[in-house]
Write a protein that binds this ligand. Structure first.
Ligand code: SF4
Ligand code: SF4
Length: 340
């Protein structure tokens, strides 16, 4: 029933978005603190910021009463003691919480409570960036072991949907297929392969060449297509086609160096950073701060209009996965691809 309600919501929003678009996908970064120092991280985890309080987030949540997707971001979100309370303030169809998997007991305890209170709407994403040696080199010693331990403990929770995310870079590209086979054997809900993005802490971290990535595409596609996402029938077909189409668009963006579909950043998608600044996507600079202006004020501001118009003109492009969900699902031109 949950899947059906997401689909109904997506279809309704697709129709409405022609006349009355509104934010359906919020990425809420609740902290920039982290207990890791990953070399490819694009978040300024060392900057001291005054995080939005639970009360402030409560006020924000009232402005987003009809979300389809809520993605919690960080830093490491489980470092906030009030994570469960934060999530409970929002209404959404799907909730995504990423974690680095470092502090197993704390993570399991927190996410179990959230899972029980959100009625299976939660998707937990664990980061895994290579086989043991590579992962520990990119992240920190012991992190591979701890992440797998956290996965095994989370898996014991009935109905918990857990997926892995791998950030593809030059350091792990030669073992990515081995890693994907390894992860497949763990039987998570899915394994996403994301492209390195933003400015990394370690400038030597780079995206592999487009040619190298293209050589891997068919193997990545074949392994990803073997997941069933806990879905069946037409929903499974749509889900698999969605993943394949997303990869197709990502590779195309890299090749032609422009966005191959309309990016709905600022139209259907918004990002709020830990200290309240607001961006239309994670890769573009802030258009203002929610502590200084109301949300309506920000959404109707000249900065916002400029940012959206610049995206429409094609001034930026990226391989940013998070925005793709609405760029594809809220775009009727994609439906033939999804139903093929
Ligand atoms: S990538 Fe994630 S886990 Fe690693 S330092 Fe950045 S926020 Fe922390
Ligand atoms: S195309 Fe990429 S960089 Fe540009 S607004 Fe969309 S998500 Fe952001």
């Amino acid at each position: 029933m949950k899947n059906i309600s997401v689909i109904t919501k997506v279809l309704k929003e697709t129709m409405l978005s022609y006349f009355r678009p509104s934010i359906k996908h919020l990425i809420l970064h609740i902290t920039n603190r982290c207990n890791m120092r990953c070399r490819h991280c694009f978040v300024d985890i060392d900057k001291a910021v005054q995080e939005l309080t639970l009360n402030e987030i409560g006020t924000i949540s009232k402005k987003f009463s009809d979300l389809i997707w809520l993605d919690i971001g960080g830093g490491e979100p489980t470092l906030r003691d009030d994570l469960e309370e934060i999530v409970s303030l929002f209404d959404f169809k799907e909730l995504s919480i990423p974690t680095n998997g470092w502090d197993t007991n704390r993570i399991v305890k927190m996410l179990k409570k959230i899972h029980l209170n959100t009625d299976g709407k939660l998707i937990v994403t664990l980061s895994l960036d290579g086989m043991q040696r590579t992962h520990d080199e990119i992240r920190c010693p012991m992190s591979f072991e701890r992440t797998i331990q956290t996965f095994n403990r989370l898996k014991e929770i009935n109905g918990m949907r857990i997926k892995f995310n791998t950030v593809l870079c030059e350091k792990n590209v030669e073992e990515i297929i081995d890693l994907m086979h390894f992860v497949r054997g763990l039987r998570p809900a899915f394994h996403s392969i994301l492209m390195l993005r933003g400015v990394s802490r370690d400038p030597s971290m780079r995206l592999p060449s487009v040619e190298r990535m293209k050589m891997l595409e068919s193997d990545i596609y074949r392994i990803q297509r073997s997941y069933d996402y806990g879905r069946r029938g037409i929903l499974l077909r749509v889900q698999r086609n969605y993943q394949a189409y997303k990869r197709e668009l990502t590779m195309k963006a890299l090749e032609v160096r422009r966005q191959p579909v309309l990016c709905r950043a600022g139209i259907s998608h918004l990002v709020i950073w830990p200290e309240g600044s607001v961006s239309i996507c994670e890769l573009l600079s802030s258009i203002g701060n929610i502590r200084e202006k109301t949300l309506e004020g920000l959404l109707n501001s000249a900065e916002m209009k400029r940012a959206i118009s610049s995206v429409r003109k094609g001034d930026c492009f990226c391989t940013h996965d998070c925005n793709m969900i609405e760029n594809i699902l809220l775009n009727p031109n994609s439906y033939l691809k999804l139903l093929r």
